[in-house]
Every structure is written in structure tokens, then in C-alpha cells.
Design a protein around this ligand. Structure first.
Ligand SMILES: C[S@@+](CC[C@H](N)C(=O)[O-])C[C@H]1O[C@@H](n2cnc3c(N)ncnc32)[C@H](O)[C@@H]1O
Length: 382
């Protein structure tokens, strides 16, 4: 089965119209007129800005990376400071500190708070509130290195990528043979970014009525621990690779949940899933894998569920204009560098669920689709 979705060929007339539009937008005379004419001036300025942002986006990302690496948001959250003080605290020459601060102000990461004093900007304040964002930005150093030559990446000429090493279960080795040292970094990254995902998913789908809930590929159990407080009567089952499950055990114990959880080490590509759950969750799992692996995983989840049980798939999804840059650009290249998988549209996942035997598959809206979309499906009762 192909991993590449087929889109219908555009009609001939629309090609002609788009061709005319493209020639118009490329015409220097049109660009000059549009920039001067009062009714098109605003649109023209926004388009020019969008083009510039696309060209400069990698610099913006690296300004953010420098702020995070130097802990600038933490420093300025305590109180606004002047450049010499910032320079000393982060260990930069004053001119470099000023350059970084001005760049960060221009991106709304920082804000000028009076003559020569700087504090957090709106985006810096929001990012600081989410420890998962900091961890994500730091790990982007690997993605940035892998993207240095995107054409080589597309041609498959990059060889061993940094992200493939970071997410080794996507490679050719048997995933159950991975050692703790190979899974701990990604497990901690997922745990740091999980709370916001869990809040959105569990607000959108109330789990309280379920009695045995299995999270497959559940990492260190952060999602299940959030489930535990929403479904206080439910038994919990965590299925993940042996080295990941080993890291999860002390975290359940620390949360006082050791007695409620069954930890099952294994590989869903090689081992059967334990049976008897009335809710199975796949949170940020399917998009890491190719279609054949996901199809087999859905069949395994179906077999593991009781008749009448529910499957939830929660992950960022492709398909709507608002999330297209995230799904098709960010995840498109991230998963290429990692070696497997793709962000799927809800209708693709729903079709895969139907092929695995599920019924009543439907999308449930979530407050922040950039963090996670959500699909629910049922194993029929007979
Ligand atoms: C992107 S992480 C998501 C973790 C967690 N669900 C979350 O959202 O924070 C994918 C998880 O799937 C697990 N995984 C990948 N391949 C697996 C396999 N073949 N069998 C079991 N778990 C697997 C990984 O170990 C990892 O914990």
C-alpha cells in the first residue's frame, strides 16, 4: 500500500486561470501598481511580508533557539533588566546581547519595558509557560542539522540522520531490543510535551465511563496518569517498548498509581496486545509509522478491545488549511528525517479504521488541533 495520498488532477480551465494569475503576480509592473494602489496596498504589503518571513524563517527559529539555550525567558521572567545586566547573566559580550535582545523584541519574544530595559514579550511569556516547548526547541538542533540540505534529504542521500538516531524505533532494528540509553531522551521529551495534549484530548473525550483503559505506545505513562484522575475507577494498562516501560514504572509508583496500572513491555509490530480493554488510546503514535504498520496496529487494537469498546487516535492531523504548514511542512520533513510515517488526514484515518473493522469512526474537535486532532471509533458489539 502506498504512503502517498493521491489527489485528483486539477481541471484544464482552472490551470489556465491559475497560469494567468501566476503571470500577473510575477509581473514587476503589477507588483509596483498593487503596492501603490490604495485598495491593494494592504494585501500587497502582507504578501511581501509573507514572502520575507518564508525566506527568513530559519533565522527567526535560531533567534528563538538562542533565547532558550541561554535561558533568557527565565531570566527576564524574574524581572525586566538592562542590556549590560542581561549580557553578564547569559555570558555574552554586551553588543551580542543587544543584537539578540533586539531580534527577540522584533519577534515579540521579548518586549521593551522602558528606556533600555527589557522583559518578556507575549510569545516569550506563552512559551515559558510550557516546559514542553523549551524541550521541543532544544531538540530542534538535530532537525536543523538534518535540514541543512533539504534536497539531499528528499533524495535519501543524507545517510544516517540525527532524528533517526534520536527516534531509533523508526529504524531497522527490532524496537524491543532498544536500551534505556536509546529511548530515555525521546521519552522525557514526550513526557514534557504531554500535559497540554492530555488536557485537550481528555476535555474533548470524557473517559470516566471506561473501566479498563490501555494506552499503546504510551511512553512514560504521562497520558495515563492524566487519565487516572479523570477515570478514578478505571484499571490502567501501559503498552510500550521494554526500555520505555521500565522508565515508566517508578513514575507510576511516585504518583501512587502502581496498584492501578499493568505495565506490558513489547513491540506492537511483533507482539499481540493484551485483551480486555474497553478503551484503547493511540496518542501521537500512528503518525510515526508507515501505512502497513498502522493498518496492522489498528487490527491489533481491534482484537484487543472488548466488543463495543472504543479506540481513540490523538495526534496532529493534516487536511485543514489552518494546520497545513504544521502537518505538511513541519511533520512532512520531520518524519522524513526520522525515517518513517506521515501526518494523515482524518478521512484517511477513518478509512483505515473501517478497513480494520471499526464502525462509527468520527472526528471529535479539539481546542488546539496544532497539538492534537482526535478520532473516535468503535469495535462493533457483534
Ligand atoms: C511519539 S512517542 C508518543 C508517546 C506518548 N504516547 C505521548 O504522546 O507522549 C511514540 C511512542 O511509541 C512507542 N513505540 C514506537 N514503536 C513501538 C512499537 N513497535 N511497540 C511499542 N511501542 C512503540 C515509543 O517507544 C514511544 O513511546
Amino acid at each position: 500500500m502506498s504512503d502517498v495520498p493521491v489527489t485528483p488532477a486539477p481541471g484544464r480551465w482552472s490551470d489556465i486561470l491559475y497560469g494567468w494569475r501566476d503571470r500577473l503576480l510575477a509581473s514587476r509592473r503589477f507588483q509596483v501598481l498593487a503596492a501603490r494602489f490604495p485598495l491593494t496596498r494592504g494585501v500587497s504589503a502582507r504578501r511581501a511580508r509573507a514572502c520575507f518571513d518564508l525566506c527568513a524563517g530559519f533565522v527567526y527559529s535560531q533567534v528563538l533557539f538562542a533565547c532558550v539555550k541561554l535561558d533568557l525567558f527565565e531570566l527576564l521572567a524574574r524581572r525586566p533588566r538592562a542590556i549590560p545586566e542581561i549580557a553578564e547573566a547569559v555570558g555574552l559580550p554586551p553588543d551580542s546581547a543587544r543584537r539578540l535582545v533586539l531580534a527577540a523584541v522584533s519577534l515579540d519574544l521579548l518586549q521593551q519595558r522602558g528606556p533600555g530595559r527589557y522583559g518578556l514579550g507575549q510569545l516569550g511569556a506563552a512559551m515559558r509557560a510550557n516546559p514542553g516547548v523549551k524541550a521541543m526547541i532544544e531538540h530542534h538542533a538535530m532537525f536543523y542539522a538534518d535540514m541543512a540540505d533539504p534536497v539531499a534529504l528528499l533524495r535519501g542521500q543524507r545517510g544516517d540522520t540525527e532524528l533517526a538516531r534520536y527516534w531509533p524505533y523508526a529504524g531497522d532494528r527490532h524496537p524491543a531490543s532498544l536500551e534505556p540509553g536509546e529511548v530515555n531522551a525521546y521519552t522525557d521529551l514526550m513526557a514534557a510535551s504531554q500535559p497540554f495534549v492530555a488536557d485537550d484530548v481528555l476535555d474533548a473525550y470524557p473517559v470516566a465511563r471506561h473501566r479498563r483503559i490501555m494506552d499503546v505506545g504510551g511512553g512514560d505513562g504521562s497520558f495515563l496518569r492524566a487519565v487516572a484522575s479523570r477515570a478514578p475507577q478505571a484499571e490502567l494498562v501501559l503498552f510500550d517498548l521494554p526500555a520505555v516501560v521500565a522508565a515508566a514504572a517508578p513514575r507510576f509508583a511516585a504518583a501512587g498509581l502502581a496498584a492501578r496500572v499493568t505495565l506490558v513491555p513489547g513491540s506492537f509490530s511483533h507482539d499481540a496486545l493484551p485483551r480486555g480493554a474497553d478503551l484503547v488510546t493511540l496518542v501521537r503514535v500512528a503518525h510515526d509509522h508507515g501505512d502497513d504498520t498502522v493498518a496492522a496496529l489498528l487490527r491489533a487494537a481491534y482484537a484487543a478491545l472488548e466488543p463495543g469498546g472504543t479506540l481513540l487516535i490523538a495526534e496532529p492531523m493534516a487536511g485543514d488549511a489552518g494546520s497545513a504548514p504544521m502537518a505538511d511542512a513541519y511533520f512532512g520533513f520531520y518524519l522524513l528525517a526520522m525515517g518513517h510515517g506521515r501526518a494523515r488526514r482524518p478521512d484517511e484515518l477513518i478509512a483505515m479504521l473501517a478497513r480494520a473493522g471499526f464502525t462509527e469512526a468520527r472526528q471529535i474537535s479539539t481546542p488546539r488541533p496544532l497539538l492534537s486532532g482526535l478520532i473516535q471509533a468503535r469495535r462493533p458489539t457483534i
